[in-house]
Design a protein around this ligand. Sequence first.
Ligand code: MSP
Length: 522
Amino acid sequence: MTTAKTFYVTTPIYYVNDAPHLGHAYTTIAGDVLTRWHRQRGESVWFLTGTDEHGQKVMRTAETNGVTPQEWVDRVVDESWRPLWVSLNIANDDFIRTTEERHKARVQKFLQGLKDAGHFYEGTYEGPYCIGCEEFKLPSDLVGENQLCPVHSRPVEIVSETNWFFRLSAFAEPLLEHYRQHPSACEPLSARNEVVSFLEGGVSDLSISRSSFDWGIPVPWDPEQVFYVWFDALLNYATAVGLGDARNSVGGEKFATTWPADVHLVGKDILRQHAVIWPAMLMAAGLPLPLKVFAHGWLLVGGEKMSKSKLTGIPPIDITSHFGVDAFRYYFMRAIPFGSDGSFSWEDMSARYTSELANDFGNLASRLAAMVEKYCDGVLPAPASEPVLEAALIKAAAIADQCMLALDFQGGIVAIMDFCKQVNGYVTEQAPWVLAKDPARLNDLHRVLYATSESLRALAVLLHPVMPATTVLLWESLGADSSIGDISAQKLGSVYVWGQLPQGSIVTKSAVLFPRLEEKPE
Ligand code: MSP
């Protein structure tokens, strides 16, 4: 029996040397919106996130804090990372930690296989190493008089070691061919161009083990060494779904239906690892390559990448405590084109919250509920056609789907919110409060109220992947949970079909979806 391929989405696994900031939340929210969108299309989806727990950076942080690396990672994962994803309503199916046995065992088995197939050799390397990036740098990468790391603006260390090397250079040409054949394997175009020119410039072999510290996965054939943290970390995407397990085992079956990943979401800072090293490792093992690596831009502070090490990392709670979780999810997907850099600004977020969420969307919902209560005792009138809105909805749903599938979250949300604006315009133009004064126009009044409710039904479903909690409130206020069922069971493919809310649905006023903002606390 063959089972259909599951749509497999991943985020990077985050370093646990510190607490999460907006930049980490940004990637994970994008993964969550994409996951929920595909689920709502009726697809089977697997969404993975997790933590990258080995390497010198984590080891030194633990030392500084006077605890063992294992104690440190356990604490940070439980106190900071997992709770953040719960609070942001992230619907991941799995959470992988690289210190887990399932990961370590599969990494060792896989890399032993590459060793046996002749992909590794022993050699000596001396060169600049940035602990922030956990990456050897080329002298040409370093910037300024003091030869600093371009990402962390910090001095690098000169490392000299004998360790194991991966014949990465052998894969430069096959990778170039891969990107020629499959342009969608690396997006956006700017990212693909960067990878292609990097590959065309020639690629050196890669040192994949370390002997100067021991916080990592031991190299099975040389226990004095641990694997280079990136080599261990990249494998998480495959170890989490059963890499290397026997075909008829649980892991083997999971791997058969999940691999290759459909989308690896990454920040542009880690593009090369994902679009060069990772596919080369898979090619060496004869495994299918990920269908897409998508490199999004950076959230900037003062024109530079927001980062904890530069003390510019804003904790997500600073934003969610003021605007709420759904507005946070909405804002970052709506305001910044995915793939471009963007600056977070409190003023911009307040302005969009008020105009797009509170006024356009929230007010429409509360006005409708108030009118159905007032003019129809809270009971929805019979379905009635409204061709202009129906046509607008068909168009919005189609554009939104096209954009979301292409990871153009901004385009998708704009299409949906444009429809919301059209519905507002319709209500203003039809003025149901005027119709209500004329008993002869009762049918018109009912048509307008029904059409507005149906539009809100569609808006709730279309916005559910972006704002899962608020749309449930709206859904309940339309009485839709009792009349048509759970919102997450509604299929995007039929969201445009008019007349789904049945006559007699009980419409009630919900809590205000987007309350007026308090003044920003000083
Ligand atoms: N552990 C590695 C990834 C291994 S994946 C096999 C790592 N971790 S990290 O904690 O530094 O997280 C990097 C990722 O966090 C970025 O690729 C991006 O997804 C997200 N971001 C961190 N800072 C960011 C911004 N300022 N802006 C946008 N995203 C950012 O690298």
